[in-house]
Every structure is written in structure tokens, then in C-alpha cells.
Design a protein around this ligand. Structure first.
Ligand SMILES: Nc1ncnc2c1ncn2[C@@H]1O[C@H](COP(=O)(O)OP(=O)(O)O)[C@@H](O)[C@H]1O
Ligand SMILES: [Mg+2]
Length: 403
């Protein structure tokens, strides 16, 4: 073991490294999640398919609607933005007019805000609140008709619009022809959730999914190549060895080949190394980065849970390490009443438990007792300190851990 670095020493090293230009990072922005590289290896097929499907717009006819889907970090957002950028360049060069719009449903947070984003991209101001959705849609369609706009609208993370409520706006957007006198609107939906299609109204699905492009997860070898390009963009020479970026690729590829996770690992490992005033990124920095990213992921997942789901999770965490649904439900009822919350039914709580299981926050195993039926065995997977921190941020929820 190396002796621990004293703060004063490491500060000196950081300052002198910075002054002498001996820093790890050459261009940090190349590791940001919204960075679009000039080159997207292993996505040529997807890029050409999308360009081909959209190309009729350059002849003023309506392209098919399109659905892009694949797991997180498979390059969907990067590819979609890359293709839009290329269309933009082509239309400027050939003096054509195309309106490009992009909205991320998760970041927008509601159907209304998605339409505000769309309006804004078309230079149409829509008040931030107050109008019925149908009115907003009508204004957008009128605007497109009036100015004869040829519009491509990319709706990213479309599955975040809430599992059932989105049918109306998607239905209208995908059937824009029926509402437009002139101009056109092609919709590109992007989903991280492979089951998304099963939640859609079949009428919406058939018009959204006229064409689809699948983004398979990257293999570890592909992640290695993607990372090695990023390393040379983001880091100074000789600060990140190939074995280090390969380790990031291997760790990120162990679940599904997720380029975002791979790049995050590289960035956080670089930051950890920098904080230690190291001049190269080492294995241990990557391991620390990996733990830190997992913790942050869990923290954010718990923090953004709806209140009842938080209460259910707190109930699981307060029970012995393996409990049944019935025990969780009893505890949940107590906690909910303790904070003056109307408890949900056992059926709903059971559904929330399944959601927590899908998110990896609890582990629920069904145990078969033969003739005696089945029970669920439930274990909390969220570390206690994370729960403490989150519940102590909210005085109402603080009650939970002390009841
Ligand atoms: N083929 C690729 N080459 C280089 N970088 C990529 C590639 N695919 C994805 N990335 C990068 O990986 C990260 C995640 O990609 P993203 O498009 O956001 O994934 P998704 O939208 O499928 O979740 C982004 O930083 C993106 O730039
Ligand atoms: Mg994305």
C-alpha cells in the first residue's frame, strides 16, 4: 500500500501539474453525455437506414414515421442527432427548408412540455401552461400548415410519457396528415424500453411503427474501439493506457454493452485520478469510479421514486432481511398512516414491489410451496446509508425511519 497522500501535498501536486500543463484531460467535453462525435463506428447500418427513410422529405413528400429502439447506451440519441445534423447541412447546402425539432420526454417531464419544445423549434411560442393539449396540438398543426413547414420531430425517451396517457398526443402526431392542410410532420420516436410497444394502443403503434430501426447493445470489442477514440480526444497522451480503457469496456459490457456507462467510467476514473493528483489513470481509479457510478445510480433511482414507492421501499428496508409480501404490506400500512398518507391496496403495493424489483432496488423471489401456494421473498438491495440520506432530506419522510 502506498502511504496516503496528505491534502497539502496533493494540492501542491495539483497546482504544479496544472501550471506545468501536466493535466490528465485534454478536452473534458468529449466525455460529456451530450457530446456527439464526428464518427460513430458500428452504427453505419442504422445511420443509412434512418437517412434513407427520411430522405423523401428532401423531395417534399412525407417520410414514414419511424421508431428507434434499443437499450440505454446503444447510441440511439447520438445517431438521431447526428443524422439530423447531416440533414441540416444538406438542406443549407441545397437551399431547401426543413424544420428539425427534438424533445426528450424524460427531461421535458410532460406531454405539454414536449409540445412546447416542438413549438419552440418551429418558432411558435406556446404559453408554458394553461392550454388544453388539443388546443396546443391544433396551434402547432395550424402553424405547420400556414408556413408549409416540412418538419422532422424526434421524440426521445418516448416511453417516459407515462404508460397510458400518451396515446392521444402520439395518435395525433403520428397521423398529422389528417390535420395538415399543407406542410408535413414526420415523427421519429426513440425508446430505451424494448417492451414499450406492448403498452401502446395498437392504432398508435401501427402509425408510429411504420418503420423501425433496432440498436443492438455493443459488444465488449466494439466498446473498446469506441473508448479508444474517446481517450485520444479527451485525455492527454500517455495518461490512459489501452489496458485501462479496455477495463472500462469490459466493466460496461458485463450487463449489456452500454457505451454511456463505458464513457462515464472513463470520465469518473479520470476525475478520481485527478483528485489524487495522479499523472496516469490506474486500475484502482476505474474500480472506485465503478462503485461511485453504481451508488449514484441507486441514489438517483430512489430519490426520484413516487412517494408511495418510497414508503414501500422503506418498509422493506425496515423488515428482517427476507420478508414476505404480507409483512411488507403491514409495515407499509403503518408507515403510510404514520405520515397521514392513505395506504394503497395490497394489490397496488404488490405491483409497486414488482417495479422496485425491475429497477434493481429490491430482490423479490417467488417461492413455490407446492399445494400450499406461493409467497414472495423480498430483500432490500439499497444500502442503508443511501436510504438514510434520502429520507433525511425530507422532514415528512424522516418520520419513516424513526417509526
Ligand atoms: N458508435 C458510437 N461511437 C462513439 N460514441 C458512441 C457510439 N454510440 C454511442 N456513443 C456514445 O455513448 C454515449 C451514449 O450514447 P447515446 O446515443 O446517448 O445512447 P442511447 O440514446 O441509446 O441511450 C454517448 O456519449 C454517445 O456519444
Ligand atoms: Mg438516449
Amino acid at each position: 500500500m502506498m502511504p496516503p497522500i496528505k491534502v497539502g501535498d496533493s494540492l501542491d501536486i495539483i497546482l504544479s501539474n496544472a501550471l506545468s500543463g501536466k493535466t490528465l484531460f485534454k478536452d473534458r467535453s468529449a466525455l460529456r453525455s451530450d457530446y456527439i462525435p464526428n464518427n460513430l463506428p458500428y452504427r453505419n447500418d442504422q445511420i443509412t437506414s434512418i437517412a434513407q427513410i427520411l430522405s423523401p422529405i428532401l423531395q417534399n413528400s412525407k417520410p414514414s414515421n419511424l421508431l428507434l429502439y434499443g437499450k440505454t447506451g446503444s447510441g440511439k440519441t447520438a445517431v438521431a442527432k447526428y443524422v439530423l445534423e447531416k440533414f441540416q447541412q444538406a438542406t443549407i447546402k441545397h437551399d431547401k427548408q426543413i424544420s428539425l425539432a427534438y424533445s426528450n420526454a424524460r427531461l421535458a417531464g410532460s406531454e405539454y412540455r414536449v409540445l412546447v419544445d416542438l413549438g419552440q423549434s418551429l418558432n411558435l411560442k406556446i404559453p408554458f401552461t394553461g392550454l388544453p393539449l388539443s388546443e396546443v396540438l391544433q396551434r402547432i398543426f395550424n402553424h405547420i400548415s400556414q408556413f408549409n413547414l416540412k418538419t422532422i420531430f424526434v421524440l426521445d425517451e418516448i416511453d417516459f410519457l407515462g404508460k397510458h396517457s400518451y396515446d392521444d398526443i402520439l395518435y395525433s402526431l403520428t397521423r398529422s396528415n389528417e390535420h395538415l392542410g399543407s406542410g408535413l410532420l414526420a415523427l421519429i420516436g426513440i425508446s430505451n424500453d424494448l417492451n414499450f410497444k406492448t403498452f401502446l394502443d395498437p392504432r398508435v403503434l401501427s402509425s408510429l411503427d411504420e418503420e423501425e430501426v433496432l440498436f443492438p447493445p455493443y459488444t465488449v470489442e466494439q466498446l473498446r474501439d469506441i473508448l479508444s477514440e474517446r481517450v485520444s480526444l479527451a485525455f492527454n497522451k500517455d495518461t490512459v493506457r489501452t489496458s485501462i480503457s479496455n477495463l472500462c469496456a469490459a466493466l460496461a459490457g458485463s450487463e449489456h454493452g452500454d457505451a454511456r456507462r463505458a464513457i462515464d467510467l472513463l470520465r469518473v476514473a479520470g476525475e478520481v485520478a485527478e483528485r489524487e493528483a495522479a499523472t496516469t489513470v490506474e486500475d484502482r481509479h476505474v474500480r472506485i469510479a465503478s462503485q461511485k457510478i453504481d451508488q449514484d445510480r441507486i441514489f438517483n433511482a430512489v430519490k426520484t421514486l413516487p412517494l408511495h414507492e418510497k414508503v414501500v421501499l422503506a418498509s422493506v428496508s425496515l423488515l428482517p432481511s427476507i420478508s414476505t409480501t404480507g409483512q411488507v404490506f403491514d409495515k407499509y400500512q403503518n408507515l403510510a398512516r404514520g405520515i397521514s398518507l392513505d395506504p394503497l391496496t395490497q394489490r397496488r403495493v404488490s405491483a409497486l414491489l414488482s417495479e422496485l424489483d425491475v429497477q434493481g432496488l429490491i430482490n423479490a423471489n417467488i417461492i413455490n410451496h407446492g399445494r400450499h401456494g406461493r409467497t414472495k421473498r423480498i430483500t432490500c438491495l439499497v444500502p442503508k446509508d443511501i436510504l438514510d440520506e434520502i429520507f433525511s432530506q425530507n422532514s415528512q419522510e424522516l418520520h419513516l425511519l424513526h417509526s
